[in-house]
Design a protein around this ligand. Sequence first.
Ligand code: UFG
Length: 328
Amino acid sequence: MRVLVTGGAGYIGSVIVAALVRRNHEVLVIDNLYKGHRAAVMALAQLLTVDLGNAAAVERSLAEYGVEAVIHMAADSLVGESMQNAAKYFRNNVVNSLLLANAMVATGVRRLVFSSTAAVYGEPETVPIAEDAPLEPTNVYGESKLAFERMLRWYDQVHGLSSIALRYFNAAGAVGDLGEDHDPETHLIPIVLQVPLGKRDAVQLFGTDYPTPDGTCIRDYIHVGDLAEAHVLALDALARGDVPSGAYNLGNGTGYSNRQVIDAARRVTGHAIPAIEAPRRPGDPAALVASSERIRRDLDWQPRVPGIDEIVASAWEWHQRFPNGYPD
Ligand code: UFG
């Protein structure tokens, strides 16, 4: 298939591009390289450095390249930043997604896999969280992703655009030469690994008074390679037309506290990794753990790297090989 991946130069997007290329799909990446890395786009994929806000260019690319399906990853995705700059998140995650959907309708592209988030649930009443749990985001980022998910329901009904939204829990780890390189880095695992890399003295624990067994937040970490495979399965299912449009959670179903993640990194790296207690970070729910039963059942998705030590080890291997990240 000819597949457009928006945001394909980003951390998760680049691993998805590699998975698609391995399956002999032809891949076009659209990325404005604001956060993405040129070097992360495999040589086999074509990269167009275009912003999704440039609707005319996006529509032209869909038509000229003969795109048959889209994986839409391009977005801003930081909870904290979204609480400082709501306008940026609604523009980039809602308005630009809408422009993309309209370009797809105009060019007759009818299959979309959308990168959504566990943040659509807000503070869950129960964990693990199933897809039919209440959708009450506690931050602008989650609200912006939910807004587009809701639009997609109507685009299916009105314009025949089938879509699968994948609600990611916490992506981590690396696949081959592709790993996590954000500037600034805000995610727990790469920050923890900066200590044994000699780039920081200690990790800060944001909040130690949450209603969890050890007082720190609990998250469900999913290996980025397992996440990428789910996109390939979703794309295949849309192509076969054998699942209705809808949303799937993507996590392992096991939660690890921030302290447990640091302990895993201590085991993996053999470094003491000092942790300093710090105030809570605004917008952080106490515990987010997925029920991924629906995607296991409907798409036969099976995580290959479910353990936290293996996930951290895969990130650690990448950071040791590329201590300064990508060259660009
Ligand atoms: N944390 C620290 N110290 C740090 C960095 C993070 O204690 O230096 C804590 C956070 O406060 C949080 C946990 O580690 O409790 C995980 O934080 P991350 O920033 O790694 O990940 P988030 O859970 O905030 O967010 C990620 C994605 C979002 C997505 C969410 C869904 O970045 O896009 O997972 O669970 F919405």
